[in-house]
Design a protein around this ligand. Structure first.
Ligand code: FES
Length: 187
């Protein structure tokens, strides 16, 4: 018995299958444009989720990656940044909602609820878009030591929560998870 009869795909099998598929696609050419419109295009699929290696991101460092056309800030917060954010009482927040796609829609904006969670509260993964009119805020800036949006003066704290200025909401946390100790999957 050779590998073909055992069902192992060979180059010849592959060529045969390709030819067969071409014939089928040819016969369905009329239906194809309609079906095609219902699917996300290849570039959308490619960006549906990304994996980012954060092994080199030391405390106090950030990484900005592009996901679905938007910047995502990944910050390894310092102890002080974590302490500062934890010390804020919820009643002092302009937006008391976590805005974290990984949690319930009404989860409170505690520091931990804004982060990667228990044991990983140093990691902040957030869409780096000001919730006022969509500028990209500057990191380690502003009155609250987090982010500052120079467009109209919105200041965010070290958990990315809006504290001052015209922005109405905390910066959004996308769906994300750590797929290993050092790799974050966004989306
Ligand atoms: S867009 Fe950021 S303050 Fe207006």
């Amino acid at each position: 018995m050779n590998s073909e009869t055992l069902g192992e795909p060979t180059r010849r099998d592959f060529l045969y299958l390709t030819t067969g598929m071409a014939a089928v696609v040819g016969g369905a050419a009329v239906a194809w444009p309609f079906i095609d419109q219902m699917r996300p295009d290849a570039s959308t699929l490619a960006m549906a989720s990304i994996e980012v290696d954060v092994a080199a991101v030391e405390p106090g460092m950030s990484l900005t990656v592009k996901w679905r056309g938007k910047p995502v800030f990944i910050r390894n917060r310092t102890e002080k940044e974590i302490e500062d954010a934890k010390a804020v009482t919820l009643s002092d927040l302009k937006d008391p909602v976590a805005r974290n796609a990984n949690l319930a829609a009404d989860a409170e904006a505690t520091d931990i609820a804004r982060t990667a969670g228990e044991g990983k509260e140093n990691w902040l993964v957030m869409i780096g878009v000001c919730t006022h009119l969509g500028c990209v805020p500057l990191g380690e800036s502003g009155e609250f030591g987090g982010w500052f949006c120079p467009c109209h003066g919105s200041a965010y704290d070290t958990a990315g929560r809006i504290r001052k200025g015209p922005a109405p909401e905390n910066m959004a946390i996308p769906l994300f998870s750590f797929v290993s100790d050092t790799v974050v999957k966004v989306g």
